[in-house]
Design a protein around this ligand. Sequence first.
Ligand SMILES: Nc1nc2c(ncn2[C@@H]2O[C@H](COP(=O)(O)OP(=O)(O)OP(=O)(O)O)[C@@H](O)[C@H]2O)c(=O)[nH]1
Ligand SMILES: [Mg+2]
Length: 326
Amino acid sequence: MKEDDTSDIPNMTEQFYTPSPCSEFVHDGEVLIAGVGGLGCLWALEAHSRCSELAELLLIDADEVSFEGAHTANCLYLDAGGEGRGAAALPSMATHRLRNGADTIIPLLENAEVLILLAGLGGGMGSGASGELAKIANQYGCLVLAVAGLPFAEQPLRCSIAQEAIPSLESNSSVCIRVSMERLAWQSRRRKKNWITGSGWIGELVEGLVTTLARVGRINLDLMDMKAIINKKGNATLIVGTGTSDDPNSVVEMARNSPLNDLPIEGAKGCMIQVEGGPDMTLSHLTAVTDSFVSSMDPDCQVIMGARVSDEMVGKLRLVAVVSGI
Ligand SMILES: Nc1nc2c(ncn2[C@@H]2O[C@H](COP(=O)(O)OP(=O)(O)OP(=O)(O)O)[C@@H](O)[C@H]2O)c(=O)[nH]1
Ligand SMILES: [Mg+2]
């Protein structure tokens, strides 16, 4: 079927639910967390539950099951014949449905400065609609940070659908990290968690990015800092790691071995790093984490650093970074 031939695509029924109130913290505009497709919606819901007062949530799918329990979400329901069973692994159908149904989400995109886009590739909706959403968001001036889940190797058809979908998502995103679901599943066993919901890794990354931009830290970072790092030549990636404050190196170790870590950061030219900890966090914790994290980067690497303290992080440390010029 040709890209613009919609003749054999059934009429779309699309539904949109009302937005939730958002926080006053994000002065420069809103951060929008969006999930596309079944897996993307699950990841977005889990991530948003960690920082719901700091970001808006948008769920897009052709399967209403994805909206269950999403009381404060904006839900874009892109159903074809009312069968409510997803986009039946047909990405081109999903692309068209989003293109035709995007009007209702334009106000959200106009309001957002950063779109954190989560999708599992290999099915219909996530593969077909995520690149299109990123493209529309770009047109409205959003900075797009994407997390793309790649299917298991034993699903060759899904892998080829994902390979076809990735260029559009990557070219319309400022940063797009590729997450192997295989690696996510494998490492989730160690966390004794279900990989399907991201096992906490995706939620931690999104929460870290949102709080970094929310200007609630001790040393604040903002969107200008993020843009300065992202705009460096070369590839960029997003990194998260957690550990305990008695062993700051464990945080960096975990970040390096995280299933979300898709590119080696050796020799990187740019790094924005936010370290979060409890009220017990000291300057030496902060420098230990940062020094160890940037040690393998280019000696002239531009490093922008931030720090945030929250009561829930007592005894813990978390590092969230945007690394560029790779
Ligand atoms: N092995 C396994 N893989 C899964 C499972 N759920 C999702 N995936 C993988 O994740 C990819 C995306 O899944 P979904 O997000 O459910 O797909 P979707 O975008 O909703 O696609 P449609 O339902 O066709 O519209 C799939 O291609 C699979 O590779 C699961 O339960 N088991
Ligand atoms: Mg689905």
